[in-house]
Every structure is written in C-alpha cells, then in structure tokens.
Write a protein that binds this ligand. Sequence first.
Ligand SMILES: [Cu+2]
Length: 99
Amino acid sequence: MTLLAGCSGEEEPDAVIEIADVQFGPPDVTVPVGGTVEWRFDDGGVLHHVESDPTIVVEDEFDSGITGVGTFRHTFDRAGTYTYTCSVHRYMTGTVTVE
Ligand SMILES: [Cu+2]
C-alpha cells in the first residue's frame, strides 16, 4: 500500500496542536461545528495527556490517555468552548472553541 501526503484519503484535521517543550502549540484553537482537532505528541517521548475538563458534559468528553508518541484526534459536534489539560503537567492547559 502506498500512502502519499494529500492522497491518503484521510481527512485533514481542522486544527493541529503540537505537543512539544511541555507546551500545547498553540494551546487555543477554533474550529467549526463538526471540526476535528489533532494533537501530535512530539516531545521526545515525554509523557503527556490530552484530557477534557472534567466538568463538561459526558458526551463531549475526550481523553487521549497518557502517552509520549503518536497522535490523538477528537471531533467536536457541538458549539461551545472546551477546556483541556494534561494530567501529568496540570499547568498545561488550552481551549478548543467550536463555532
Ligand atoms: Cu504534559
């Protein structure tokens, strides 16, 4: 199987957040309703976590699990502002605005 960038058939995310240097970059993104955000764990194997604010309603929760590699995607089907954090580094926070 041959996969070429742009030809793989996998949809491009609406926003990409790089996790590096113990930061979300950028921490705050805006996507349309139905948009997908991709977090990329690219911090030399340092463990991080993308975890939705536990106060949001259950159907909007997202949780990457704690990991140091790969990517995590979540699709946001309802408008709102979603805060998230890294449980390993609680000072790492960001928001996804869906509008
Ligand atoms: Cu972290």
